[in-house]
Structure formats: structure tokens, C-alpha cells
Write a protein that binds this ligand. Sequence first.
Ligand code: FES
Ligand SMILES: [Fe+2]
Length: 356
Amino acid sequence: MERLGSDAEWSLPASAYRDPVRFEAERKQIFETNWLLFSWSERMAKPGDFVAGTLAGHNIFAIRGDDGQVRAFHNVCRHRAAELVKGETGSCGKVIVCPYHSWSYKRDGRLNKAVNFGNDTQFDPDAWGLYALDCEEWRGLVFVRVRRGGPSLVEWLGPVVDLAAPFPLEKQHYFTKKERVVDVDWKTYGENYLECYHCRAMHPGLCSTLDIDRYAIDVHHEHKFFHLHAPGRSADDTQGFYLYRFPFLMLNLYDWGSSIATVEPLGPGRLKHINWYFFEDISPEKAEANQKSADWSAQIITEDLEVITTVQKNLNAGIYTQGALSKEQEYSVIAFDRMCEEALHDPQPAHRIAAE
Ligand code: FES
Ligand SMILES: [Fe+2]
């Protein structure tokens, strides 16, 4: 067996990236318990506007109420479990009406009417309201937490709040998105994002713009947060300013606009990569320049996804079992893996066992 010094660090075992039992534990103990990015606020501008989708494997929707507050609910009727709203976005009208037997719910989730149910049963509108999730807005972005209770969104974001403060997120508007489903585990993706050991080999476009020798990654272990940054090569070049909040919130903040990204884990070794682009000026005259910036950013992700799809294929195949991680170049990967293990409450993280 390969040997490393006793203080060496190892990657997680390959099985961690393909094991359905582990994935289910991650879903329960990591995805359901953290705030996850779900939408941007402009998509729900008016009361009754909703956005529907999947979060941590749950069918959910968020809706703006008459009081202006955005709330999130499981997309399931309390009567016999039909899906309530259809499509990615829309407006429910005055009330949310179930398509199955027409029970209706107010925009704040309380039961409005169990129509024609009969007079012998009375429903308490609060007790028969929709199953709620935690939901908060921050600077034009909507976050949802499946398992209710815990730190507020701002507390959870921690240092992100101050670091992102100089960037005018509220003034920026949605321009375009790019979504891709790939055979890559969410951890394989996170590990790739969190090191720049591969940048010279993999990202010629990024390296021609950023001063890659000065690329730095600050790890805030207690806040489960990473700050990755590099200056531009010249005064004309954009700087790189990337914030990653575990498990997978990515705020890529440039002087030209924002590339806001997250992943939706679809199963062990499979995810949807979701990337939204926001600019201050989205007038038709700026469309070409905006698209160019979005393409430049998307190209970096394409380069990453290409190589990590081959990584995942090999993790699945069974020959490779575990690799060595550089403390100099991959300390942030080591930190990320540790966050994963701690979240699963593993008393003896696998990578430490292998290093003995
Ligand atoms: S399932 Fe919704 S009204 Fe029956
Ligand atoms: Fe990369």
C-alpha cells in the first residue's frame, strides 16, 4: 500500500463519492440543515408570484405574500398530497388552488377553504396550513432551509455579509442563466472549486486575466466559509473575488457583475450546476458585452466540469481508492473534506484512518 508520513493528508475514499447510503446521510445532515440558495427576489416581484423547484430532494415552492414577505412551502396539498403549483415560475392569483379537489390556501400558507367537504368537519386554517420551510431574502437572493430552526440567514452567511458589502448586488438584475446536469458528485465539484492547483493547467483564459501567482484562498473553518481572491493582471482586467459558503453557495463577484452559482445534488455522483448572471445595466445595448462576460465565466466552469467528469468516472470505477493532498496547494480541499466529515458526525474521518 502507498505510504505517506504520519502527518500527511489524504483525500476522502473514492467510495464517499458514489455511495447511496452516504448520499442519503448527506442529504439529511448537510443539505436539509443548511440554508440553500433557491431563487432571486426579482422573480417574485408581486404578491402571489411563486418559484417552484427541488431542494435537498424536496418538491417545494416560494411565494410572495400580501405583506411582501417571501415564504417557502412543500409543494404538497394537506388533503391527499397533490402537487399545488406547476411550472418553474408563475402567479397563483388570490389563493393557491389545489388542482385535485380544489382545496385552497392563502398566500401565507394558511388553509383558505376545504371546498364542499361537508359540514360535520371543521378545519382550523392554521393547523391545516401548508408545510412550511425556513425562508429568508438577502440582497436580492432567496434562501430556503428545509429543516426549520437554527441560525438566521445572516448569521449563517457570517463573513460573507461584510466581504460582499462593497458589491452592488441590489442594483444588479438577472441577465441569463446556465444550468448543466453532469455525472459529478457535489463534493468532487466543491473540491475542484476550492483549489487553484489546477488553474495553470486547466484555465488559460482565467490565467490571462488574473494574476494567478497571487491567487490566495482564506479558509474560515468555524464559519464553513472560503474566500478565494486574486488581483487582475492589469488595471483593465477584472479581479477575481469568490466566496464559497459550505456546502455549495458560490458568489463570484466581478467588477462587471455577479455570477451567482450553486449546485443541486441529484444523487451520489450526479448534480445540476446552476449559474445565474446579474448585471447593473441589462439594456439591449449592453447585451453583447454582458453575454461576453457571462461566456468568459461559463467557460471556466466548462473546463472544470470536463475534467471532473473524468475524475468522477474513475472514482466510480474502483481502481483508484484514495490520493494524497498537498498541504500547500490543497489545504482548502482538506478543510472542505473535514467539514463534510464533521457534518456527518463521523468520529474517525476516513482520510485520517488511511493516513496511519
Ligand atoms: S389533494 Fe389537494 S384538494 Fe385533494
Ligand atoms: Fe477550475
